[in-house]
Write a protein that binds this ligand. Sequence first.
Ligand SMILES: [Cu+2]
Length: 117
Amino acid sequence: MRYYVAWCFVLLLIPLPVFGHVYILECNPEQDAILDAPPEKITITFVGTVEPVFSKIEVFDSEGNKVSGKKTEFSEDDTVMEVTLKENLNPGKYTVKWACMSLDGHKQTGEYSFTLN
Ligand SMILES: [Cu+2]
C-alpha cells in the first residue's frame, strides 16, 4: 500500500499529457469471435501505455480452468500485451480476462469471450 501511495505521488509530478486511462484498440482474437482453429495466443493492443508489473492476461475455459501461459509478454513500448495458450484446446467458449494499470496509476480490468468450434 505504501508503495502504491508513493507511486501516485510520483505520478502527480508528471506533466498532464501523460495522464489518462488506456483504451483497447484491438483484441486478437476479437470479442465474440468464432474460430475454427485454436489461437496460439491472445493479443490486446491498447491506446496508451500499461505498467507491465500490474498488467496481465489470463484465459479460462468454460469450466474455469486456466488455459493461458504463466507470463504475459509486453511490447517494447508497453502498448501491447500478449499471452500464449495451451496447445490442443477443446472446442468451447473461452473467457479472456485482462487487467492493467495505466500510467496515471488507475487499475482497469475487463473480460470478453470467444468460441472455438
Ligand atoms: Cu485513469
